[in-house]
Design a binder for this molecule. Structure first.
Ligand SMILES: NC(=O)c1ccc[n+]([C@@H]2O[C@H](COP(=O)([O-])OP(=O)(O)OC[C@H]3O[C@@H](n4cnc5c(N)ncnc54)[C@H](O)[C@@H]3O)[C@@H](O)[C@H]2O)c1
Ligand SMILES: [Zn+2]
Length: 686
């Protein structure tokens, strides 16, 4: 049978042939993943395929393949090893939304024959590798991988390199602790530097790196990793955890003995009484995700009570008393199409990866940062490579590594510039971050000329020649210096006292330009004239712009998830220049425009429309709705923000409010049904 990668795109399998093709592909992918530690697809694609296979098996239990990977720990492909586990070390079942969590709660209740009474423990689902670590009389003797759940491999060679899993405990305790080994973000960066220095390929991501490091017994270098325990079991019949201890109490005993547990992570371990509270904790943990020092791919909810865990029992792949609430993938694979180079304010050459668009964590990613030429070479990036890209929350997406197995024939290494991409001058390569040899002077003349332009500060007469003269004289090192120039300096630069006086007068007048122009003059990437106007109108003052984080920045129309963090970062980097401007008396406020009072029931109100219209508006398309809003005196907006007056939205299908409706609820924006809105603008209909 021919297996095409296209099966990954299927989320529903329509028949037995599809099922068999998908199953074969799943086996092939998991063998590659657990065998070579590499994979031609990302986890999101793999998981989608696995779910499709699982759904088909659940609908056709009689036709499901015996020994299907969906029912086995490590998908039946993880190397088993020869060390027998004390008790099976299992995987976890998954849910993806609140309804899934409730369904899990209902199944737990069915198994117990009553509502669970012992509460739930909620902890991060760390994205590393599961291990069992055996302590005898306070000494760490053996570390074992999960393997197939019944047998694992001895990876004791990493003893001494794992933070949180000390070789000696302060107490002579005997027990087996179970938990996750991983590279924290910082350890991962260091590991890749060490590997590059040894001529080894960089890890595609922290999890692959962990698996590879556990497997590799004879590397000439050692890499530090970190451990957090999420369970403990008895070893050699020695009682360690007090009988009947809850999950949280068992972990407290582990911590007491000197091993780190999930309770020690910044996300913590939370015990709650109800599933609704567990859902709340899941959301809180998810909100911390980007800020955590290590990767998580979900949040785990467990029955806290030992007796209830025992009563619920376990299947072949996962326990019934615990569930992984998966979070959207923050790492995807896509194609590196090109690398472009910008010259920053200080002359630093900054490479940006241009990517085949890919959806990550709720936004479409088309560009990602690459740090510097050395880093590009360390990662061994070629144009046309399939690369892993990481993005979480508001952070700027970054390229992690190529999937070398997928490199097109004849692909060439990412070319590095041989001359400054801005001024074509020489490059200073003394440091890892290359710079234009001219430094600040490379970008400065263009920047100052831009800032003085008619639509920005409008300093009449300050053209390129005088700008160059001022820069050469050392009188101007940034935009703000313009405002402290003396008439003498201007006279010297322009060659005449008359011109000097005129320029001084122009510069004086420029101090009172509206914020939108002052902001535009800063030359923040992605904020031209109209975007600067929108930003200034939205925030009103420079202080408010500076205080905005990426989430607030996204409230400005036209600024999406990709642009927002870049703008926020640049504004932060401009702090010294903005401070100087303010100190020189440059206006930092946007005047409140006295808008011509509009007529009609929507006078000057911004209205956002979402979803299907109904009732009298049923036939109106989006542009007809916009026209209606304008006829009634309002303005049509595309995203809900604090200035939105109304959101027109059909009532959501049970339990599924749209993101705009959620935003409106959060900001207290009035939501009108299409019918109610039709009443409001009845005089302007048709
Ligand atoms: N890209 C590919 O081709 C490919 C192939 C095979 C598997 N995979 C990936 O491998 C993963 C499958 O791994 P899995 O079987 O470990 O399942 P899983 O990732 O769904 O979760 C189970 C594991 O979570 C870990 N865990 C972390 N925190 C925990 C906590 N607090 N309590 C309990 N457990 C915790 C444990 O190691 C446990 O074994 C999936 O993410 C899948 O996408 C990818
Ligand atoms: Zn240059």
């Amino acid at each position: 049978m021919k297996i095409t990668p296209a099966v990954e795109a299927l989320s529903v399998l329509s028949g037995r042939d599809d099922y068999e093709a998908a199953l074969a592909r799943l086996r092939e992918l998991s063998r590659a993943y657990y065998g070579e530690g590499d994979s031609p697809v990302d986890d999101a694609a793999y998981d989608r395929l696995r779910l499709a296979v699982l759904a088909w098996e659940q609908a056709h239990p009689d036709e499901a393949a015996p020994e299907s990977p969906t029912g086995l720990v490590g998908d039946g492909a993880a190397p088993a090893g020869d060390i027998a586990h004390t008790t099976r070390l299992l995987s976890l079942d998954n849910v993806f939304d609140p309804a899934g969590l409730l369904a899990w709660g209902a199944s737990l209740q069915r198994r117990l024959g009553r509502a669970p009474a012992g509460g739930f423990a909620v902890e991060p689902k760390m994205d590393g590798a599961a291990v069992a670590a055996r302590y005898r009389a306070g000494r760490l003797e053996q570390i074992i991988t999960r393997g197939d759940g019944a047998h694992g491999e001895d990876v004791s060679h990493v003893i001494g390199t794992v933070e949180g899993l000390p070789e000696r405990l302060p107490v002579p305790a005997t027990f087996e602790v179970r938990g996750e080994v991983l590279f924290t973000q910082a350890q991962f960066e260091t590991a890749n530097e060490v590997r590059a220095a040894h001529g080894a390929q960089v890890f595609a991501n922290p999890r692959n790196g962990t698996a590879g490091t556990l497997r590799a017994k004879d590397r000439p270098y050692r890499l530090a990793m970190t451990f957090w325990a999420y369970g403990a079991v008895e070893l050699d019949g020695v009682a360690f955890v007090p009988a009947g201890a809850t999950h949280a109490e068992a972990l407290a005993a582990v911590a007491e003995a000197g091993v780190r547990t999930t309770a020690d992570t910044p996300a913590g371990l939370h015990v709650v009484a109800t599933l609704a509270e567990a859902q709340q904790k899941v959301e809180e943990t998810a909100a911390m995700r980007a800020a955590l020092p290590f990767g998580i791919d979900g949040v785990v909810v467990k029955a806290n009570d030992a007796a209830e865990q025992a009563a619920a029992g376990s299947g072949s792949r996962f326990p019934y008393w615990a569930i992984a609430y998966k979070l959207p993938a923050v790492e995807r694979q896509t194609v590196l199409k090109d690398v472009v180079w910008d010259v920053g304010r200080t002359g630093v050459l900054a490479p940006t990866a241009i990517l085949e668009p890919v959806d990550i964590d709720g936004s479409t990613v088309t560009r990602a940062t690459l740090h510097n030429p050395a880093d590009i070479r360390r990662r061994d990036l070629h144009l046309g490579d399939t690369v892993t890209v990481y993005k979480a929350g508001d952070i700027i997406p970054r390229v992690q590594a190529p999937v070398t197995a997928l490199r097109p024939a004849g692909a060439r290494e990412v070319p590095l510039p041989t001359a400054c991409p801005h001024c074509a001058g020489e490059i200073n390569k003394d440091q890892e971050r290359w710079r234009c040899a001219k430094g600040t002077a490379c970008a400065l003349p263009a920047l100052i000329e831009y800032a003085a332009g008619r639509d920005m500060l409008d300093i009449d007469g300050l053209g390129r020649t005088y700008v160059n003269a001022l820069i050469e004289a050392g009188a101007v090192t940034d935009v703000a210096d313009l405002f402290t120039l003396t008439e003498d300096q201007l006279t010297a630069a322009s060659g005449s006292a008359k011109r000097g006086a005129k320029l001084a007068e122009q510069i004086g007048a420029a101090k009172s330009r509206p914020l939108s122009r002052v902001f535009c003059a800063l030359g923040v990437l992605g904020t031209g004239r109209s975007m600067s106007r929108r930003i200034a109108a939205h925030f009103g003052s420079m202080d408010a712009i500076r205080q905005a984080d990426a989430a607030l920045m996204q409230e400005v129309e036209g600024i999406g998830g990709e642009k927002a963090p870049v703008i926020v970062e640049q504004v932060a980097a401009l702090a010294p220049v903005i401070d100087k401007l303010a100190a020189a008396g440059v206006n930092m406020q946007e005047p409140q425009e006295a808008q011509p009072a509009g007529d009609g029931p929507l006078a000057n109100a911004t209205v956002v429309v979402t979803g299907r219209m109904s009732g009298p508006l049923a036939d109106l398309g989006r542009s007809e709705m916009n026209a209606l809003i304008e006829r009634a005196g309002g303005k049509a907006g595309s995203s809900v923000n604090s200035r939105t007056a109304y959101l027109v939205s059909a009532p959501s299908a049970a339990g599924k409010p749209s993101s705009k409706a959620l935003k409106a609820a959060e900001l207290g924006v009035t939501v009108l049904t299409p019918e109610a809105f039709a009443d409001l603008v009845a005089d302007y209909l048709g």
